[in-house]
Write a protein that binds this ligand. Sequence first.
Ligand SMILES: Nc1ncnc2c1ncn2[C@@H]1O[C@H](COP(=O)(O)OP(=O)(O)OP(=O)(O)O)[C@@H](O)[C@H]1O
Ligand SMILES: [Mg+2]
Length: 262
Amino acid sequence: MATTHDIAIKREDAGEEGNAPVVAVENLHKAFGNLTVLNGISLSVGRGETLAVLGRSGTGKSVLLRLIIGLEKPDSGSVSIHGQDLAGLALDRMGEIRLKMGFLFQSAALYDSLTVGGNVAFPLEHHRRDMSRAERTGRVRKLLAEVGMEGNLDKMPSDISGGMQKRVGLARALALDPEILLLDEPTAGLDPISSGEIDELILKLQRERRMASIVVTHDLHSARIIANRLAILDQGNVVIEGSFEDLQQSEIAFVKEFLKQS
Ligand SMILES: Nc1ncnc2c1ncn2[C@@H]1O[C@H](COP(=O)(O)OP(=O)(O)OP(=O)(O)O)[C@@H](O)[C@H]1O
Ligand SMILES: [Mg+2]
């Protein structure tokens, strides 16, 4: 019979392999009035892993990310970070957990009135008050270099391309060294070459930083490149979850159709 001690050791092993989920959603339900958006979604992602969430427009992909960030509350089911259910957390604890998350909203959502440097500095100004101005500038330069945007510190968001805006958004998402990275359509609206460059950048960041990442995308090609696992949502449920090969081999009519159309 397993003793409590044995169980503790097993848990530790699982953690060392890096397979323990960092983010786990279980049986998540969310409706807005009569509209059921999520109808029992369960997904998880571990350290160093990238999960791509695919689905047609309006299937609740952005809502799922907002629930994970804690900007919306589930009707039932749970969102856990390192096994800790977000429901019922005190506000300050929720604030601490949110600082572990970097996110890029669907529209790069840079602050129009701030320079590129100002945008990336924003989270540092608010959450790293221990940093001196010089330290902060150094950090902003480093982050911009990490996303291939060095030398653009003083530009305004309106003066750079959509792909560059996404890069700056990524630099801002990374400012506080998040353990969890949540990206909502990082390549939407970009031409194929810029999309490919953003995919490369996401792969590089993932190699270097080993975050637990969830990337919402319409773009199957991009998902195939950046993700270890893919999940397709439809009508509030996960239709399939697995590697790209698992999706290709699926006999589910919806999956076949989705792959054909993508
Ligand atoms: N705060 C809200 N109040 C009411 N309805 C909402 C709210 N947020 C989302 N919805 C609805 O929930 C559904 C799912 O929205 P969501 O933005 O998650 O879709 P999506 O999968 O991200 O779509 P897209 O691929 O177009 O970005 C949509 O029908 C949307 O209108
Ligand atoms: Mg969306």
